[in-house]
Every structure is written in structure tokens, then in C-alpha cells.
Design a binder for this molecule. Structure first.
Ligand SMILES: NC(=O)C1=CN([C@@H]2O[C@H](COP(=O)(O)OP(=O)(O)OC[C@H]3O[C@@H](n4cnc5c(N)ncnc54)[C@H](OP(=O)(O)O)[C@@H]3O)[C@@H](O)[C@H]2O)C=CC1
Ligand SMILES: Cc1cn([C@H]2C[C@H](O)[C@@H](COP(=O)(O)OP(=O)(O)O[C@H]3O[C@@H](C)C(=O)[C@@H](O)[C@H]3O)O2)c(=O)[nH]c1=O
Length: 283
């Protein structure tokens, strides 16, 4: 299959890819930590491409601090837009396929119908805007790309909502969680499996795809399921977004339609509750 370069290997998705690749006995993946491969350093990126001559490049590197991005616009834009552009350019130069990751936060979230790839993106946060700019930069610099928009990622690795809830659930008697933001959680291990399937099947149906787990939930209902399935006893109170002020505004509705991914990529997508059970059993 040839070398598969993974940028942002130390992050949540990078670690999930490592886990799934090992499980599948796939040893083509080359995991590049930021110290060795800063996606903003064009010379370092070129050197890595020249050395490994990859057939695929997976971009797991991103600026993901949603609230902090409101104050750090420049660095968020550099990583999420310019870093993505650098990798896309290198992919074109070396004939590699880019697998890039984006987010449900590119949507305004004002609707109530599952969002498809052709629906208009209209970000309402700096993070969402810079990720959309990253998608556009990828499409501008290469035609051989898969951009996978995902949402509400969690896993046994790095920081995420599931791990935060488990920690807070142990520390507090009561938790207040937003119930008027609706979306679908994504087990990052499932997303990693989808990425490897694209590579292993040498899929060439390039373009933009939505990928989350199946189903719909709110953060409150997700938290309730986390506590129920982990046998954590904590009073969980549903609150409105206005009662939980944050620097960045999040979309109220970011449920994504995965028809295209299921049709073109040949992936089976589990329901979020089934994947949550798997993750909790591993934690
Ligand atoms: N987490 C989520 O809920 C969601 C994430 N996504 C997208 O999924 C992808 C993976 O996210 P996730 O794994 O959770 O994010 P993480 O924040 O866990 O990982 C991102 C990684 O990128 C690294 N990184 C940052 N800047 C650079 C750089 N200049 N060069 C190389 N590496 C860099 C970070 O290193 P360091 O920590 O040292 O800065 C970190 O290891 C991202 O594109 C994200 O936007 C989409 C929807 C939901
Ligand atoms: C900790 C906590 C959070 N919340 C809310 C705030 C927020 O609306 C929601 C999730 O909070 P978090 O800070 O964990 O997640 P957040 O940073 O909003 O998550 C997003 O990350 C980026 C990277 C993405 O791309 C998105 O898809 C999405 O996963 O839960 C509560 O209501 N109560 C709480 O106690």
C-alpha cells in the first residue's frame, strides 16, 4: 500500500489511528509527532514527504480549543487553514492522497434537518471558520482528497467530553449540562476505522464526507447515558445554552447525514450508544 504519513499523531484521533492500525495489523502508517513534523513548517513537511514518498497523508493536526480560538484567531487560522494547505500542496507534489478532518462546527446550526455535504456552511465561531477555510484550502490545492467532517469526538485518549463527564461525575454531586445543543457523538476509534478503510480499499471517490456515529442526542442526554452506562451516580440537570456561557458560540443543531459516506466508502456506522458502551468498557 505504501507509506501513510500521519500528522498530529499525538492527538486524540492520531492515537486512535495507532490503536486501530495495530489491531488490523496495518504497519504502513508513519506517526509523526509535532516536534518532528510541524504542519506550519513547509520545509519540514517537504522533507518528510521526500523521505517517506507517501501514497497517503492523514491530517489529524488541528487547533481544537474552541473557546480559546476566539482570542487566538491568528494561530487557529495558521494551523487549521495554512497547515492544511501545506499538506495539500505537498500531496499534489508527491502524488499522495490527503485525508483531512473537519468539523460539524462549520455549520450555523439554525436548522432542524440532518445536514448533508451540499448544505451551506456558515460558521459561528473562529474555530468553525478556520476549519471551513482549511476545507477550502485543501480543495484548492489538491483534487485527490477526502475531507471527513465529524463531530463530538471522544475516545479513551486525550481530553474529551466523555472523560470530562466521568471525572466531574466523581467529583461533584450535581452537574448542569446543556440540552438545547443537538448533534451526534463520534467514537474516534470508529472514525479511525473509516479512514483506514478508505486507504485499504484504495477508494478513489474523492471529496467531502460527513462522518459521525448514527443517531441524535443532546449533550445532556449524552452525559446521562455516560453516567448510566458507567454506573456513576450524579444528579444531572438539563440547562439551556444561555445558562452555560462560553466564549465561543456552538451550533444548536449539527446532526449530519452520513448517506454519502455509507454509499461511497462502504463503511458500517454504529449507533452512538453502542460505540459509547465499547469506549466505556475500555476506559
Ligand atoms: N475533538 C473533537 O471533538 C472534534 C475534532 N474534530 C477534528 O478532528 C481532528 C482531530 O481532532 P482531535 O484528535 O480530537 O484533536 P487533538 O486536539 O486531540 O489533536 C490535535 C493534534 O494536533 C497537534 N497540532 C497542533 N498544531 C500542530 C502543528 N502546527 N503541527 C503538527 N501538529 C499540530 C496537537 O499537538 P499539541 O497538543 O501539542 O498542540 C494535537 O496533538 C481535528 O481536525 C479536529 O478539528 C472534528 C470534530 C470534533
Ligand atoms: C463540561 C460541561 C460542558 N457542557 C457543554 C458545553 C458545550 O456546549 C458541550 C461540549 O463541551 P466541550 O467543551 O467538551 O466540547 P466542545 O469544545 O464544544 O466540542 C467541540 O469540539 C470541537 C473540536 C469540535 O469540532 C466539535 O465537534 C465539538 O466536539 O457541553 C455543559 O453543558 N456542562 C458541563 O459541565
Amino acid at each position: 500500500m505504501g507509506n501513510v504519513l500521519v500528522f498530529g499523531a499525538s492527538g486524540q484521533l492520531g492515537q486512535c489511528l495507532r490503536h486501530v492500525a495495530a489491531e488490523r495489523g496495518n504497519d504502513d502508517l508513519v506517526f509523526l509527532p509535532e516536534a518532528e513534523a510541524n504542519i506550519l513548517d513547509t520545509d519540514a513537511v517537504k522533507a518528510v514527504f521526500a523521505h517517506y514518498q507517501p501514497t497517503y497523508c492523514i491530517n489529524c493536526a488541528a487547533y481544537t480549543a474552541v473557546d480559546k480560538a476566539e482570542d487566538e484567531v491568528e494561530i487557529a487560522r495558521k494551523v487549521n487553514r495554512d497547515g492544511a494547505a501545506n499538506l495539500a500542496q505537498a500531496c499534489t507534489e508527491y502524488g499522495a492522497t490527503l485525508i483531512h478532518i473537519s468539523t460539524d462546527f462549520v455549520f450555523a446550526g439554525t436548522g432542524n434537518q440532518p445536514l448533508s455535504e451540499t448544505d451551506e456552511a456558515a460558521p459561528i465561531s473562529v474555530y468553525g471558520l478556520t476549519k471551513l477555510e482549511g476545507e477550502q484550502a485543501v480543495a484548492e490545492h489538491t483534487s485527490q482528497y477526502f475531507t471527513l467532517r465529524t463531530g463530538w469526538l471522544y475516545s479513551e485518549y486525550a481530553n474529551n467530553f466523555v472523560k470530562t463527564m466521568l471525572r466531574l461525575g466523581r467529583e461533584r454531586d450535581e452537574l448542569r449540562v446543556i440540552w438545547d445543543q443537538v448533534g451526534t457523538p463520534t467514537y474516534a476509534i470508529d472514525l479511525a476505522g473509516c479512514i483506514l478503510t478508505i486507504i485499504e480499499t484504495q477508494n478513489q471517490q474523492y471529496g467531502l464526507y460527513h462522518y459521525s456515529n448514527e443517531g441524535v442526542t443532546s449533550w445532556y442526554d449524552f452525559a446521562t447515558a455516560i453516567f448510566e452506562l458507567s454506573n456513576t451516580h450524579v444528579r444531572t440537570v438539563p440547562i439551556r445554552t444561555a445558562e452555560y456561557p462560553t466564549k465561543a458560540t456552538r451550533p444548536a443543531f449539527s446532526v449530519m447525514d452520513k448517506t454519502k459516506a455509507k454509499t461511497n466508502l462502504g463503511v458500517y456506522i454504529p449507533h452512538w450508544r453502542e460505540s459509547l458502551k465499547v469506549c466505556l468498557a475500555r476506559l
